[in-house]
Design a protein around this ligand. Structure first.
Ligand code: ATP
Length: 347
């Protein structure tokens, strides 16, 4: 299990998985046309395995449509998987071992749209108190918890508790959503583009708040974002997705400094430079991601990969450890010879 060792191991011994994803797939059927044509499947998530370690923030990145949100919704069991399972703290979710209701108390989610997530007819206080009441806490205790949490996310309860969502700014509403997610005292929070709609200065405040709350409540985060700078800042490890699969996963610093997958390198070189004097050597990502209805054969990245060899169109790579801190799905790393061309030459 050496691949589970992360920088967290430096501070608290070997990190253990809190949530494990095994062979997860989601294929959405396409509607048939009036004459029976069409059909087919959108392979939104197509066989992924990974773990979220206790106490870490796992960042998830990848181009639009690569399956990040579908993965999050599958993890929460908001949609049924085509195949695979979610294991939380050693128990399979949605079984007698760990019924959905109990799992959903322990794992909460915050979405991008701060307004859509709140009931416009409920006051802020009632929105936050609702979850604990559903889970059996009495009304007085639920309201007390809501007020505590409002203060904790930086919203003075005497000013905000009785207001309605439309009376708040986007940043304030997202603080309410975070308070609401914490009201059930979860162990893990999934943040799906949770700061993406905020102004840069508000975004920075909310990210710092998330960091403080994580430390205070001992939380584990899965943090989905298209902003590679933010992901590097907040994450202990990062998972890179490409066309419904995991391309690479590893410790954030190592992945950003020594990416092993050609896709990760291309994605990172498309990052706007924080330092204008900094020049990257790598070619940026060319072309659009291919269609998840009809993904390329072999390695799905091969049509866009600057290092692709003929074998890459024929053989699908497996996710394998390349170091104790990094796993990658690329034939380069399966040969151990440094280039997939060696595979064709050796064959
Ligand atoms: N209900 C659905 N029916 C059919 N296809 C879907 C459905 N939901 C998602 N998809 C498709 O699945 C693929 C993955 O979508 P998903 O939203 O998970 O990607 P994403 O990486 O989160 O993208 P973004 O960064 O744009 O939010 C896309 O091709 C999307 O169009």
């Amino acid at each position: 299990m050496t691949e589970l060792l992360t920088p967290l191991a430096d501070v608290g011994g070997p990190a253990q998985p809190l949530l494990t994803i095994r062979g997860l797939q989601k294929h959405f059927p396409l509607k048939k046309g009036p004459l029976g044509g069409g059909g087919g499947l959108v392979r939104a998530v197509d066989g992924i395995d990974f773990e979220v370690l206790k106490g870490e923030t796992l960042g998830v990145v990848g181009e639009s449509g690569c399956g990040k949100s579908t993965t999050a919704r599958l993890m929460m069991q908001l949609i049924a998987p085509t195949a695979g399972e979610v294991v939380f703290d050693g128990r399979v979710v949605g079984t007698r071992d760990l019924p959905l209701k109990e799992f959903r108390r322990q794992v909460q989610m915050v979405f991008q749209d701060s307004y859509a997530s709140l009931n416009p007819r409920l006051t802020i206080e009632d929105s936050i108190a609702f979850g604990p009441q559903v889970h059996g806490l009495d009304a007085r205790q639920s309201v007390a918890r809501a007020r505590d949490l409002l203060a904790r996310v930086g919203l003075e309860p005497s000013r905000f508790a009785e207001r309605y969502p439309h009376e708040l700014s986007g940043g304030q509403r997202q603080r309410v959503n975070i308070a609401r997610a914490l009201a059930l005292q979860p162990r893990m929070v999934i943040l799906d583009e949770a700061v993406s709609a905020l102004d840069k200065s508000v975004e920075a405040q909310v990210i710092n708040l998330l960091q403080d709350l994580k430390a205070e409540f001992g939380l584990t985060y899965l943090f989905i974002s298209h902003d590679l700078h933010v992901v590097r800042y907040i994450s202990d490890r990062v998972m890179v997705m490409y066309l419904g699969q995991v391309a690479e996963i590893g410790a954030a610093d190592r992945l950003y400094e020594q990416a092993a997958h050609p896709y990760t390198r291309a994605l990172l070189s498309s990052m706007p430079a924080m330092d204008p004097d900094h020049r990257t050597e790598t070619a940026p990502l060319a072309g659009d991601p291919p269609n998840p209805i009809n993904p390329p054969s072999g390695c799905r990245f091969h049509p866009r990969c600057p290092q692709a060899a003929p074998v890459c169109a024929e053989r699908a790579p497996q996710l394998r450890p390349v170091s104790p801190l990094q796993r990658v799905s690329c034939l380069i790393h399966e040969t151990g010879s440094g280039h997939p061309l060696a595979l064709t030459q050796a064959a």
